[in-house]
Design a protein around this ligand. Structure first.
Ligand code: BV8
Ligand code: ZN
Length: 257
């Protein structure tokens, strides 16, 4: 890897990381926009990931999210998740911001993950916002899910909705403010496994550039952010992140050797 990149990581007292679906790809969780395998290749986002879709057909939408929750429950973190957890232990101020709705970062040992787009495992009442606790166990659903009536809130009887942020909805305010604060003050900003297509999450890359952070991207494919970052590393996160950790903290010239 580039010596300037390694030096920037070794110097950094603060690092902010933005992750996307590509980080969980090696765990068997489909991405959204990859050709052939992306979820939106096979499903219509407007039919599933919007408030209007849930109003029109709650059983279709709930069943699809239950199928995705089942996939996550069966999955395990991969070397990319573990490398990010290892980085957190080596940099004084480390902030992990994810667009992912799975909990694989947490299960790999990353603390205080900021979930910009919510979490599959945290549904809540659409009327009073009381959290709903799923019964234990892993649902058994066919590919793509099946029609399933959403449960009712125990407090007020209204419908429970998936705990994710749909298109057209605001991001959770405190999480968004925490992400902005972390990026404004970071020395290195790393974007991993995201197409950098969905706003406002993707705007964090521009913000990092504006505040003078060293910006880095890891992705096997070209993205809109290629030209915006100082270092665009081409390859899968499960290989490049462990390699980065090794070269920065365990390799030649490392103080931690
Ligand atoms: C909002 C829900 C304020 C949960 C998701 C301009 C024009 C039109 C629309 C807009 C606009 N600006 C803003 C918008 C609105 C919209 C938006 O951005 N639309 C896009 C389509 C342009 N944004 C919003 O609506 C947001 N809210 O703006 O609020 C507001 C409010 C009211 C009115 C106006 C404004 C809310 C966005 C939240 C959307 N929720 N999903 C779910 O079902 O999961 S989006 C979905 O995309 C997922 O959540 C996902 O997290 C997110 C980002 O995708 P990625 O993670 O990047 O995944 P993707 O498949 O795209 O890319 C994967 C990458 O991995 C690829 O690059 C691939 O090469 C790479 N990869 C593959 N394998 C590997 C790998 N990388 C590394 N290693 C590998 N092995
Ligand atoms: Zn309620």
């Amino acid at each position: 890897m580039d010596a300037k990149l390694i030096a920037a990581f070794r110097r950094a007292r603060s690092l902010s990381v933005l992750t996307g679906a590509g980080v969980s790809a090696a765990s068997g969780i489909p991405t959204f926009r990859d050709k052939q395998t992306g979820l939106w290749e096979n499903f219509d986002a407007a039919e599933l990931a919007t408030p209007g879709a849930f109003r029109r057909d709650p059983a279709l939408v709930w069943g699809w999210y239950e199928w995705r929750r089942m996939q996550v429950l069966r999955a395990e973190p991969n070397p990319a998740h573990r490398a990010l957890a290892a980085m957190a232990e080596r940099i004084p101020t480390f902030t992990l911001i994810t667009q992912n709705v799975d909990d694989l970062h947490e299960r790999a040992g990353s603390p205080n993950v900021i979930h910009l787009h919510g979490e599959l495992a945290r549904p809540y009442c659409e009327a009073c916002r009381q959290p709903y606790v799923h019964p234990p166990g892993i649902p058994e659903l066919p590919e793509g899910g099946a029609q399933l009536e959403p449960p009712r809130c125990q407090a007020c009887g209204a419908r429970v909705r998936p705990g994710v942020v749909w298109f057209g909805e605001s991001l959770p305010e405190l999480d968004w403010l925490a992400a902005l604060e972390a990026v404004k003050t970071c020395e290195v900003f790393l974007s991993v496994g995201t197409s950098a297509f969905v706003q406002p999450a993707a705007s964090l890359i521009d913000l990092a550039n504006r505040v003078g952070a060293v910006t880095v991207q890891i992705n096997p494919n070209p993205t809109d952010a290629d030209r915006a970052v100082a270092f665009a590393l081409r390859g899968p996160a499960g290989e490049l992140l462990p390699q980065l950790v090794h070269e920065v903290w365990e390799g030649k010239g490392s103080a931690l050797k």
